[in-house]
Design a protein around this ligand. Structure first.
Ligand code: HEM
Length: 487
């Protein structure tokens, strides 16, 4: 099956990719009863501005409409977000609690919201003991890799990606770097074949846009993962898929498949966004870059600052009220849907009176959520971002934006906002290590554990460039596949 190309509901700040006809009701900022839409052009162009308007009008919890004018509450307050995430008996993660299924507010056959709020047999949609059972398997699957081992793979992938464009003196960092590194890493950790990589990048991006093609993209991802489950049942390896199957929680094949999808989607888009946001700050904000190069801010601190200011998920779906309650002055009815307003909560004046002040070492942001569903892959996300950006900046310390900053454009949905392009320039240089002479990693020992990594180089680094040895031209994915296949 092929994944249809993106064609609908693309919104770009600074360069509209599709312009609705004037007065088009489907693109109006409010629904028929005046409730604010959290989708459409107004929401896509300036989501942070929209959150502040909602906060001014309604306080820490505001009524909003999702795609198809589906009703929800957007939680804007920092403390209210923590409250909802922490009170799991009051606010369920199980979408079947939603009254919208019975009222006919949504058409489950066609709604682009389905991949995000539809029920599936995974830990995100579970509460209590069932959540603990499923989450235990996920945590064990993610926890089996030591971070030095993961870092070694990320470093190698990142060098390969930089090698693919460093000779030209120009690159498009979203297309050529930030969209690929997390997917290369995650498909590898999951145990997938390298051929799945490029199509999965496309499908995963499409899914988050919540367009008409999102359902097809979701189906494509599930089919790829079904193939993986069959392959790993027959031949287990040291990967997340095999670990989920072997876990004493006794996951069915369907549960394994849905958890692999969850890990792929939860980890990919978010980490790619995080990397793009950090790199944009490096090439557009002199103070930010100066703090990094001057040593006042380490790369992990820079990543944390961006997690506060530009969270990869603006809005996190979703919780459903188990009973009538009040929150932030609003009366919430049993079965109502609530959305965690991560980006809005992170800049709530109640905890950040001056949002322009650096947060220094604080990791108290909402970007990985909180409570029992708090992101179990956050350290993997951080290590991909830290390591990838470190390699890029070490290799290309003179990297600079190649276009005026105003020409950068974003694509937005209710849930995320990400850069579509980040064109950069730098002095052309040779690939670092000729691929043909790349030392292959030693095979992993049979009972787990990975060989120690080489020490990471500090940034900036001024190592002399090695002479280039011409290598046969193959696609990046094929080359990476060859290397991995020989592990
Ligand atoms: C910067 C990168 C990342 C961000 C910002 C992020 C953010 C989040 C957020 C906001 C949630 C929702 C929690 C909730 O519903 O309350 C979540 C859940 C989750 N994330 Fe991440 N994530 C990132 C990377 C990753 C990675 C790399 C993985 C896997 C390798 C991962 C796996 C998961 C899983 C499995 C869940 C569901 C947990 C549960 O429901 O118990 N995430 N993440």
């Amino acid at each position: 099956m092929t994944v249809p190309p993106p064609q609908h509901s693309r919104h770009a700040a600074g360069g509209a990719e599709s312009v609705p006809p004037p007065g088009c009701p489907a693109h109006a900022a409010t629904g028929p009863d005046g409730t604010t839409r959290l989708y459409g052009d107004a929401a896509a162009t300036d989501p942070m501005g929209l959150y502040e308007k909602l906060r001014a009008a309604h306080g820490p919890v505001a009524p909003v409409l999702l795609d198809g004018d589906v009703r929800a509450w957007l939680v804007l307050g920092y403390l209210e977000n923590r409250d909802v995430a922490a009170r799991s008996t009051q606010f369920s993660r199980d979408s079947r609690v939603w009254h919208g299924w019975r009222s006919g507010e949504i058409d489950p056959e066609t709604s682009p919201l389905m991949p995000l709020i539809g029920w599936s047999p995974d830990c995100v949609n579970a509460d209590g003991e069932e959540h603990q059972r499923l989450r235990g398997a996920v945590t064990a699957g993610l926890g089996q890799f030591d971070h030095r081992g993961i870092r070694r793979h990320i470093t190698r992938f990142a060098h390969q990606l930089v090698d693919s464009f460093c000779q030209s003196g120009r690159a498009e960092l979203v297309e050529q770097f930030t969209e690929h590194l997390p997917m290369l890493t995650l498909t590898h950790l999951l145990g997938m074949s390298e051929e799945d990589g490029p199509k999965l990048v496309h499908a995963a991006r499409d899914l988050f846009k919540a367009t008409e093609t999102s359902l097809a993209s979701n189906a494509y991802i599930l089919e790829s993962l079904e193939r993986l489950v069959v392959a790993k049942r027959a031949r287990p390896g040291q990967d997340i898929a095999s670990a989920l199957m072997a876990h004493p929680a006794g996951l069915t094949d369907e549960e394994v498949q849905h958890h692999l999808r969850l890990i792929l989607l939860a980890g990919y888009e978010t980490t790619a966004n995080l990397m793009a946001n950090v790199l944009r700050m490096v090439v557009t904000d002199e103070r930010f870059r100066g703090s990094l190069t001057g040593g006042q801010m380490t790369l992990p601190e820079a990543v944390e600052q961006v997690l506060w200011d530009e969270p990869p998920l603006l809005v996190c779906p979703a919780r459903w009220a188990n009973g009538d309650t009040t929150l932030g002055g609003q009366r919430i009815k049993a079965g109502d849907m609530l959305l965690l307003g991560v980006a809005a909560g992170n800049v709530d004046q109640a905890i950040r009176p001056d949002p322009s002040a650096p947060v220094h070492h604080s990791r108290a942001h909402l970007s990985f959520s909180a409570g029992s569903h708090e992101c179990p892959g956050q350290d993997i996300g951080r290590v991909i971002a830290d390591t990838g950006i470190d390699v890029l900046l070490t290799r290309l310390p003179d990297v600079a934006l190649a276009v005026p900053e105003q020409e950068l454009s974003w694509r937005s949905s209710t849930w995320t906002r990400h850069l579509t392009t980040l064109p950069v320039k730098f002095a052309a240089r040779s690939p670092r290590v000729p691929e043909i002479a790349e030392p292959l990693p030693a095979p992993p020992p049979p009972t787990g554990g990975l060989p120690p990594e080489r020490p990471a180089a500090p940034w900036p680094q001024n190592a002399p460039e090695p002479a280039r040895v011409p290598a046969p031209r193959r696609s990046l994915w094929t080359r990476l596949g060859r290397l991995l296949g020989r592990r």
